[in-house]
Design a protein around this ligand. Structure first.
Ligand code: ADP
Ligand code: MG
Length: 714
């Protein structure tokens, strides 16, 4: 039998073992098992003596179980703690496991094994809590090609029914049986970096003889992950470039030029630069795919509006997609206001050559909706602003030339594609996000887009001062926070109070955070009783939401108690202070985004982060970091460090996420850059990958996982 990567495990390992692997790790093929790289390695030459332990140290020790016992504790004695004493002849160490009474069976006195973990001190004793445990079979012959003979023992992610050594046995069987090994890495690329071939790498990662072996192999597999992802993107970029699109060049004397002339401010140098890039992209005969990253308040909307007007000038239409109705309505108002008579095409008081701007959201009344649909289909409306309602099948455009997507993180690739399908030729696409992400993350998550970045804020913009209000230590500070709100309102300014949940009947569980309804009741009854306070949250009717937003925008309200619906893009320049309740419940980038809602006018903004978290905890450190810098890019880096990889990548590219085993989009910057360059070269020389069938297959697999996981989610 020839065994390849695609051979089913059952054919090599038999039914029972294959089933166990499928159940535990969802493995089906030999490749699935080969890609289950060891989590760490125990080097027999580098074991720690129990007499030389130090607190905080990560250690692997080889020791024999001296005794083990279960203890009951907690209410009703329902919880168990298993204590195991091990010795290596030089000293003793206590291992502790909670709620794992079954451990006792695997740790009979006399058992020899490897224990790995971090040394802690508890009641003057060294201990390891929940260490990795790998029993050693002493009847094993320490001959040449056994793990004891090699001196390095791989430790696999394992389960109680499939311990590491059994996985190791299965891996060994498959490795020995594998005959035909394809490699997604083209030889030229592999040799350029001095990586081992596939067989050599698999041997070195699963059966290493020393640290150098497995480190070399891991480096290669890490590169391979980056390389396959970057090949997917290189192909997509090449496809965009070969697709036709209608060129939408600038028109002298057009709406764009007339609008630019009446802008009440000077564009920043950054805005000018990005606009030049977009102008160029729109004039090209193939579709633009650009990501515009910009610090909160950096003025992305104006950039987008200029691009939309250029498209209209060239005879096309532009659609602007927003993630929420509140935001769509606000963009609509902002755009019609900014354009003035330029947006009153065919209407009383309209300027010559003016266009029309229409709003299209799910909750529009039948009449308004029909008008919007008609103007969109006829081409009367040059600019259509809306929510995902714009994507629905019955919405037709006369000539859709540009799609602008605001706050991308809420939109998937698929929705982008659905909109693009509304046009005979591919429209140009501009994606805007206010959540700055590190460059390598952008390359992995948005690798198919060109990126532009707006770093500077318009001149005269006031900094936002952020202060942590630690109610656990300083309860009086909360009262002081409300006083600051009253002072700002006294100066004619407005305030947001942001909460992490609503607290209505829909929320079944009681939680330990302050709800919107509670906070609203509390402040209107107490510290803010003489102010005009409104509320805004996602479960209000659209009319109520609109009414609240409009009232706040028109300064008919002083204070808006809201959930994170105000997070994205809400723009009320008169708002100068924001109080975030339970600030520790929000991510760092999210807090940064939130506070960007204040200080948009000419006076400094103030953001107060109220928290019960205690000084010195990681939670508090995160809040202190937010308070200490206003650089969104800096924060996004920190944020990424605090979060798990999966959260960083988000819902987009879930296939990519699940393909990452060794590659970190945060730490392996150089690998990602190199892989991108190499992938580009390969795709440029051979766009169909005809000479690289294994790579082509890996690309297909990655793309189909992306699709499949998306379908599962919806
Ligand atoms: P964001 O990038 O967060 O979406 P906006 O586009 O909403 O930011 O812009 C924030 C505010 O700054 C708006 O009121 C906008 O009119 C204003 N603005 C944009 N560009 C400039 C500029 N160059 N100078 C002064 N104000 C500007
Ligand atoms: Mg915006």
């Amino acid at each position: 039998m020839t065994v390849t990567f695609t051979t089913k495990l059952v054919n090599v390992l038999g039914d029972k073992t294959a089933k166990a692997l499928t159940k535990a790790f969802d493995m089906v093929t030999v490749e699935d098992l080969m890609r289950h790289y060891p989590r760490r390695y125990a080097e027999l030459g580098a074991l720690t003596d129990l007499s030389k332990l130090e607190p905080g140290q990560h250690v692997t020790v080889m020791a024999r179980v001296k005794g083990a016992k279960n203890y009951s504790f907690g209410p009703g004695g329902r919880r168990t703690r298993t204590e195991v004493i091990v010795t290596d002849g030089t000293g003793e160490l206590k291992l502790t496991f909670f709620q794992q009474a079954w451990r006792l069976k695997t740790m009979e006195p006399g058992t020899l094994g490897l224990f790995a973990g971090q040394v802690t001190v508890f009641r003057d004793e060294f201990q390891l809590t929940h260490p990795d445990f790998e029993p050693i079979n002493e009847s094993e012959d320490p001959a040449e090609n056994t793990r004891l003979g090699r001196g390095v023992i791989p430790l696999y992610r394992s389960t109680s029914s499939l311990p590491s050594w059994r996985i190791e046995d299965c891996v060994g069987l498959c490795l020995d049986a594998l005959t035909d090994l394809g490699d997604p890495l083209p030889d030229s690329v592999r040799k350029k970096h001095g990586y081992l071939d596939m067989r050599g790498s698999l041997e070195a990662v699963h059966r290493p003889r020393n640290r150098q072996d497995y480190e070399r192999a891991r480096a290669r597999f890490r590169f391979e992950e980056a390389f396959v992802i970057q090949t997917v993107f290189a192909i997509r970029r090449a496809e965009f470039e070969s697709e036709p699109a209608t060129s939408r060049p600038e028109k002298p004397g057009g709406l764009r030029e007339r609008f630019e002339e009446r802008l009440p401010f000077e564009l920043t140098a950054g805005q000018e630069e990005v606009i030049a890039e977009i102008t160029h992209d729109l004039s090209a005969p193939h579709p633009m795919h650009r990501l515009l990253q910009g610090e909160v308040g950096s003025g992305k909307t104006v950039v987008a509006l200029l691009a939309m007007l250029q498209t209209v000038d060239a005879g096309g239409q532009a659609a602007m997609l927003a993630p929420t109705e509140v935001l769509a309505a606000q963009h609509y108002r902002a755009i019609t206001t900014m354009l003035g008579d330029l947006a009153k095409g065919g209407m009383l008081g309209g300027a010559e050559g003016a266009t029309r701007v229409r709003l299209l959201t799910g909750s529009l009344g039948a009449k308004a909706r029909n008008e919007s649909l008609l103007d969109t289909a006829s081409g009367e409306a040059g600019i259509v602003v809306g929510t995902h309602a714009l994507i629905e099948a019955h919405v037709q455009f006369a000539d859709l030339g540009l799609v602008v997507i605001d706050e991308q993180h809420r939109f998937g690739v698929e929705q982008r594609a659905a909109l693009a399908d509304k046009s005979a030729t591919k429209p140009h696409v501009l994606v805007m996000t206010a959540t700055p992400i590190p460059r390598t993350v952008a390359m992995t998550v948005f690798g198919d887009l060109e990126t532009s970045t707006l770093r500077e804020l318009p001149a005269g913009r006031q900094p936002i001062q952020t202060t942590v209000v630690p109610v656990a230590e300083k309860p009086a500070w909360l009262e002081r926070a409300w006083q600051r709100v009253r002072e700002e309102v006294g100066k004619g300014r407005q305030a947001y109070v942001v909460v992490s949940r609503i607290g209505d009947a829909v929320e079944a569980e009681a939680k330990d955070t302050r709800s919107l309804l509670d906070v609203y009741a509390e402040v209107t009854d107490g510290p803010l009783s003489d102010l005009r306070v409104g509320m805004l949250h996602g479960r209000m009717t659209t009319d109520d939401k609109d009414a609240a937003m409009t009232a706040f925008g028109a300064h008919e309200l002083d204070v808006l108690v809201a959930t994170t619906v105000v997070e994205v893009g809400v723009d009320v320049p008169n708002a100068s202070v924001m109080v975030v309740m339970d600030a520790d419940r929000f991510g760092m980038s999210q807090l940064h985004q939130l506070r960007g809602r204040v200080g948009r006018g000419n006076e400094p903004g103030l953001c107060l982060l109220v928290t019960d978290s205690e000084d010195g905890t990681p939670t508090r450190e995160r809040l202190d970091a937010v308070a200490s810098t206003t650089d969104g890019f800096e924060l996004s880096k920190l944020d990424v460090e605090y979060r798990r990889e999966g959260d960083v990548l988000g819902a987009r590219q879930s296939g990519v996420r699940s393909s990452l085993r060794l590659l970190s989009v945060v730490r392996h910057e150089k690998v990602i850059f190199e892989a991108r360059e190499d992938a580009d070269a390969i795709v440029t020389a051979d766009p169909q990958l005809l000479g690289h069938p294994v790579l082509a297959e890996a690309v297909r697999t990655l793309e189909s996982t992306d699709q499949a996981e998306y379908l599962e989610r919806t």
